[in-house]
Design a protein around this ligand. Structure first.
Ligand code: NAD
Length: 332
């Protein structure tokens, strides 16, 4: 018998991915799908196994859920997450955690007092290419002295709200947030942040960022991100340089490891692997359910999420003021 009764809030593109994965987990029973647009809730509820379609979080609570997946647009994560934590209902929140530092703090505090598991959906940590990078760093094969990170965004038309900062929380809160979280995961906590940014094409916000990061571990990194690249490749890459060694990713498809001078590079190609696996969704969902059922550590805690929001806000602050932000001089 399934041990975790799950409800889904927001029946869009990413909810479909999680539904497909959760349906295969014998520990899970999806009991309801909610969306402000009932036809969307109904369509996903059908896919989830003809479960109940409703229009609000409260109706999911009435179905007796143990856990909720919050898969609404960016600025609509905080309220349902806080309601779940208050009722001790486990919650998987899609990224970003929040779209301001104050809200991220509220979630961090609520997660500390709640009996429920909070997890933030940072799937890149479990993507095949980044697991390989992490493994090479953790094993000491690549000591990360320098990194070069890029995360461009596509057409900003799909879903339509991705071009609206009122809904995204700002361009950096969209896809770039993934690699901000990943850079902390790979290289440790950030020490200083410096950013030059411009508003080029967007009518409402800065859309072009060149960022310089230093980490407590000693790693230094450049991070560039641009909002209107139209998905021209490569839109996402991480290059890490060690002692005569390099590891470089291409999208979420390929990773090249050059272990040293006069040695052949090793290429891992994940083309044949399903998106659910190679983008890290299957593993993050598995680990979230493990945390509920077995009491293990959730993949990305509220404290972790808070630190990534703090980094993102520091980048905006440096962009606005021209100042270098030094976390050693600010309260934690
Ligand atoms: N981790 C990833 O790789 C990844 C990928 C895509 C999206 N996301 C994140 O997931 C979230 C959803 O993105 P998406 O692409 O699925 O968007 P989407 O627009 O396809 O789906 C969002 C759904 O939420 C519904 N909705 C809006 N307000 C609601 C409310 N108040 N209550 C209930 N439902 C509501 C909409 O009607 C829509 O069906 C975003 O925060 C996005 O950043 C993460």
């Amino acid at each position: 018998m399934a041990q975790v009764r799950v409800g889904i809030l927001g029946a869009g593109a990413i909810a479909k991915v999680h539904t497909s994965i959760l349906k295969k987990d014998k520990r899970v029973e999806i009991v309801g799908v909610a969306d402000i647009l009932i036809e969307r809730a109904a369509a996903l509820a059908k896919e989830a196994g003809d479960v109940k379609a409703v229009t609000s979080l409260e109706e999911l609570f009435d179905l007796g859920v143990d856990a909720v997946y919050v898969t609404t647009p960016n600025t609509l994560h905080v309220e349902p997450v806080l309601k779940c934590l208050k009722q001790d209902i486990h919650v998987f929140s899609e990224k970003p955690m929040a779209t301001s530092l104050v809200e991220a703090e509220q979630i961090r505090d609520a997660a500390q007092t709640s009996k429920a598991v909070y997890n933030l959906g940072m799937n890149r940590r479990y993507a095949s290419v980044y697991k390989r990078v992490k493994e090479l760093i953790d094993s000491g094969e690549v000591r990360p002295y320098l990194a070069n990170i890029k995360m461009n965004r596509g057409e900003l038309l799909n879903p339509p709200w991705t071009s609206n900062p009122e809904v995204t929380g700002g361009f950096l809160y969209e896809t770039p947030f993934h690699l901000m979280d990943l850079s902390r995961y790979l290289f440790g906590e950030v020490q200083t942040v410096q950013c030059e940014a411009r508003q080029n094409i967007s009518e409402s916000e800065m859309d072009t960022f060149a960022i310089l990061l230093t980490f407590e571990t000693g790693t230094i990194a450049t991070f560039v991100t641009y909002a209107h690249a139209g998905w021209s490749f490569p839109f996402e890459s991480v290059e890490v340089y060690g002692t005569y060694a390099t590891v470089a990713t291409q999208e979420l498809e390929k990773v090249m490891y050059a272990p040293g001078l006069k040695q052949a590079a090793q290429v891992s190609d994940f083309f044949q692997v399903s998106v659910e696996e190679k983008w890290g969704y299957a593993e993050e969902d598995r680990l979230f359910i493990d945390a509920i059922v077995e009491g293990t550590k959730p993949p990305v805690s509220a404290e972790d999420g808070f630190r990534s929001i703090r980094l993102l806000e520091a980048i905006y602050e440096s962009a606005r003021t021209g100042k270098r932000i030094d976390f050693r001089q600010t309260a934690q």
